[in-house]
Design a protein around this ligand. Structure first.
Ligand code: GAL
Length: 348
């Protein structure tokens, strides 16, 4: 009996050993490459085009959420939410904000542009800040919506001019310490207003004027090491223009002058955010832009490009930022591959 048991135990150990030979190298070394293609219409898992422009991505508990304008009715955009676990297969979740339903003025006297999704750690709620506008862009307001679950019907919290400031094109920025900001083009497209939010993300409490008199919009900020980077565009409606970069060690003061980044029309896009992909091997930053009117408004595309870093002295490019490679560079790629686990990216 004992010998039989030993025989089977040995057999089992042998087979486990054999099995580990086959599985170990693949599970330990395999890269899961995701191909990101630019300029094509993304289709959702039901085979319908993804309509989510002017929005943003949120990564929560291993799931990517994509929120944005559904421009299938051009001047009455609803807000669509999609989710994905691999950044390629996008499942339509819900119209989280819908004309009429979410607010009686929505779809009549007001429309939503650039809905931005945040998760508030304090309230455990999902919050949307957006541009809340009249057809003639004269309202110059923002609005806030909130929901207990990411894919539910968002409830109206507030709308108006933040701290009395005329506010148009907008974005959000959450600093590494969790402080959230609403940033928008203010004062008839003259300045940028950086509005610090309360810890429940429902209201603006203070304002700093940035890019004073420079007439910038679509500001996308990212905080890397000890530096803030902001990519923004000029105000030319849905026509693309030269993206510009400015940097500062302090979010509120000391911003550099504007430097050109990318080609003269930002590869036919307008910045919407810079995603930070913290991988096990490297941190990669992805530029996300809106390619408006391609060829019509509803068919606007989302453009994603890996950010490269130049050695200021040698001109050499690196895929990662380090001591020697600190200058942000944006090059166009029709497609590239990225492993979201390791953070590594490569040309296709
Ligand atoms: C763009 C802006 C868009 C939208 C559009 C309307 O400049 O970035 O969000 O407002 O103008 O013309």
């Amino acid at each position: 009996m004992n010998r039989l048991l030993r025989f089977f135990t040995l057999q089992l150990t042998f087979f486990t050993f054999l099995l580990s030979l086959f599985t170990y190298p693949s599970s330990a070394l395999a890269q899961t490459w995701t191909t990101i293609e630019n300029g094509k219409t993304w289709m959702d898992t039901e085979g319908r085009p993804v309509y989510a422009n002017g929005g943003n991505f949120l990564l929560k508990d291993g799931v990517w959420y994509l929120v944005g304008e559904d421009r299938s009715s051009a001047w009455m955009p609803d807000v669509n939410l999609y989710c994905s676990t691999d950044f390629v297969h996008w499942k339509f979740v819900h119209k989280i904000i819908e004309n009429r339903r979410s607010h009686p003025d929505l779809g009549r006297r007001r429309m939503i542009e650039r809905p931005k999704l945040l998760f508030c750690p304090e309230t455990q709620k999902f919050v949307v800040w957006c541009h809340w506008e009249a057809r003639n862009y004269g309202a110059s307001e923002a609005a806030v919506f909130e929901c207990d679950s990411v894919g539910g019907d968002y409830e109206y919290v507030w709308s108006g001019r933040p701290l009395g400031t005329k506010s148009r094109d907008c974005n959000v920025f959450v600093d590494n310490d969790g402080t959230a900001f609403f940033i928008s083009t203010t004062d008839e497209n003259t300045n940028l207003g950086l509005f610090m939010l309360t810890s429940d993300y429902r209201q603006a409490v203070s304002k700093t004027v940035l890019c004073e008199g420079l007439r910038r919009e679509a500001p996308a900020i990212v905080h890397i090491d000890s530096t803030y980077y902001m990519i923004s565009s000029a105000c030319t409606g849905w026509e693309p223009n030269q993206a510009k970069l400015c940097v500062s060690r302090n979010l509120h003061v000391g911003w550099s002058r504007l430097f050109n980044i990318g080609d003269p029309i930002a590869y036919d896009s307008q910045a919407s955010s810079v995603l930070t992909i913290h991988g096990t091997e490297q941190t990669t930053y992805l530029y996300v832009g809106d390619r408006w009117m391609d060829p019509t408004l509803p068919e606007s595309k989302i453009i994603i490009l890996p950010i490269e870093w130049r050695n200021f002295h040698t001109g050499e490019l690196s895929k990662t930022k380090d001591e020697n490679h600190r200058q942000m560079v944006l090059n166009y790629r029709d497609r590239f591959e990225i492993d979201f686990k390791t953070g590594v990216w490569r040309d296709f």
